[in-house]
Design a protein around this ligand. Structure first.
Ligand SMILES: *Cc1c(COP(=O)(O)O)cnc(C)c1O
Ligand code: SF4
Length: 343
């Protein structure tokens, strides 16, 4: 359960999840933003609902409509624009789904959408139109998903994704991973999650106990786009995860008005390292309907990466990638030579 009132005896993170700001008017009021933004925010909220946990809200600087954290969550009239080439399922997720909740696109690793719920709603999300109600392996429906994984010995890594797998309760996570542990060819468990960033209290004793009991090595890929998303509570959550033996990586999305300059990206890598997290991917935005205003040109992107490579140790430079439906992996994005052809 995501919405609704917190219940007695419930873990604090559950109360935080339930208490997220989901009303555009409340968001604008809390941040002292102009009421003129409200009608458009309400309309875009109907396309993809607003959702901001209060721990994240507290990091947004009040009174600044251009704040890079706010831009990731504030519904805007720009989302109503229809742009040729944009798609509702830009990366071919529906075509790649063999069993509900199983996305098997790449060799050796599968993505399991264990839930459709997220703790925060990111306006640029490429899954904003994804039909999660049908396409997830939540509740008891993960059994066919696990049966599919067990029948394919080429699968060595299972990625719990979503939605956000850490919106699931510890019991459900434990049930699912126990079933995965029984499959001998599965060697690694990966989680793609934004929850430790937006609700750091989720990384509590019960979750750490669960990590302690898992026999598989665990890799957690966080999702942070801007250095200011990492406050001391997030550093604390990352430190606890690392002590529990979890390998921490980060994926970010290159977003206009959020992190589209070399200085901001440098600060992000530096701050991630301070939290014990190494940058993994920097994704080019997927062409999802409603998010065109976040797009950054590839020539700008490769330029930022050149600056990062010159400034930072190699392990703090993320791989710049884009996703193409039908490709065998995320595709690296390279600078095109001055006379280099069309793309
Ligand atoms: C991104 C993705 C992965 C993971 O790719 P890596 O390059 O291993 O991080 C796996 N499966 C699907 C369907 C994906 O979209
Ligand atoms: S947390 Fe991830 S899956 Fe959920 S809305 Fe944000 S980007 Fe999309």
């Amino acid at each position: 359960m995501i919405h609704g009132t917190p219940q007695a005896g419930q873990a604090p993170w559950r109360a935080e999840l339930a208490a997220a700001v989901c009303d555009p008017e409340e968001l604008l009021r809390a941040l002292g933003l102009p009421a003129e933004l409200l009608p458009a925010a309400r309309r875009a909220h109907r396309l993809f609902p607003l959702r901001v946990p209060r721990a994240y809200l507290a990091r947004i600087i009040p009174g600044d409509p251009q704040d890079p954290l706010l831009r990731q969550v504030l519904p805007l009239d720009l989302e109503e624009r229809v742009v040729p080439g944009d798609a509702r399922d830009p990366v071919g997720d529906l075509a790649a789904q063999l069993v509900p909740g199983v996305l098997h696109k790449y060799e050796g690793r599968v993505l399991l959408t264990a839930t459709g719920a997220c703790a925060i709603h990111c306006r640029y999300c490429f899954r904003r139109h994804f039909p999660y109600a049908q396409a997830n392996a939540a509740r008891d429906r993960w059994r066919p998903a696990v049966a599919h994984l067990a029948a394919d010995p080429s699968i060595r890594e299972v990625i719990l994704s979503g939605g956000d797998p850490l919106t699931l309760g510890d019991d459900k996570l434990a049930d699912l991973t126990r079933a995965l542990e029984e499959v001998p060819h599965i060697k690694r468990l990966r989680l793609h999650t934004r929850v430790p960033v937006v609700i750091p209290s989720r990384v509590d004793e019960a979750l750490l106990d669960w990590f302690g009991r898992i026999s598989l090595p665990v890799v957690m890929v966080l999702h942070v786009n801007h250095a200011r998303e990492i406050d001391e509570a997030v550093v604390g959550a990352c430190t606890r995860l690392r002590k529990a033996g979890v390998t921490l990586l980060n994926q970010a999305v290159l977003l206009a008005g959020v992190n589209d300059d070399a200085d901001t990206l440098t600060q992000l890598s530096e701050r991630l390292f301070e939290a014990g997290v190494l940058p993994y991917y920097l994704h080019m935005l997927d062409r999802v309907a409603g998010a065109a205003h976040f797009a950054v040109e590839e020539t700008s992107a490769t330029g930022f990466l050149d600056v990062l490579r010159a400034r930072l140790p190699g392990y703090l430079v993320p791989r710049l990638v884009r996703e193409e439906a039908g490709a065998a992996a995320k595709l690296p994005v390279f600078a095109v030579g001055v006379d280099g052809g069309c793309r």
